[in-house]
Design a binder for this molecule. Structure first.
Ligand code: MN
Length: 193
């Protein structure tokens, strides 16, 4: 079984002007596709784990049959596939507020504004490439943090609720070095909050 790139639930230009059409197209068809190709290549060597969900492989990474090199390849590219597949679905040209999430976030962080401040600080504070996350941990508690590279929250058993790609490939064409402006504008295309 090979993983395949699925089409976005909206057109490449529909997140304009906040995320430009060229970035969306390259990000989806080149970057995400590359993670999928590398993931398929590494999994091909381990038929004994075929059929196990990526989330489960990630959460129990040390118990898998990968050698050290392949473990890193899986962590990066399995993470890349999971993270991007998730990222596409939480964005939308129109808001579809999740009332439960909004009230849970208010309860946990005091207000949506406070949550956005924390999340933005996590995204800005990630040196180099990575992601900012709002996750649900094993005790069903909402937490904000960032991960390096393509590390998935499933590595630590957390379930992603909101994730923001802060690799330069996600924003450089339009925003160059202005990660702060990208983050600020991104709230407009996050459909949940
Ligand atoms: Mn990306």
């Amino acid at each position: 079984m090979k993983y395949l790139l699925t089409p976005l639930p909206y057109s490449y230009d529909s997140l304009e002007p906040y995320i430009d059409v060229k970035t969306m197209e390259i990000h989806h068809t080149k970057h995400h596709q590359a993670y999928i190709n590398n993931l398929n290549n590494v999994l091909e060597k381990y038929p004994q784990i075929a059929g196990i969900k990526l989330e489960d492989l990630m959460e129990n990474l040390d118990k898998q049959p990968f050698d050290e090199k392949d473990k890193t390849i899986f962590r990066n590219n399995g993470g890349g596939h999971l993270n991007h597949s998730f990222f596409w679905t939480i964005m939308s040209p129109g808001k579809e507020f999740d009332e439960n999430l909004v009230s849970d976030a208010k309860r946990e962080f005091g207000s949506i504004n406070e949550f956005k401040k924390l999340f933005t600080a996590a995204a800005m504070g990630r040196f180099g490439s990575g992601w900012a996350w709002l996750v649900l941990d094993k005790n069903k508690k909402l937490k904000v943090y960032s991960t390096a590279n393509q590390d998935s929250p499933y590595l630590t058993g957390d379930i992603p609720v909101i994730g923001l790609d802060v690799w330069e490939h996600a924003y450089y064409l339009k925003y160059q070095n202005r990660r702060n402006e990208y983050i600020e504008n991104w709230w407009n295309v996050l459909k949940l909050v």
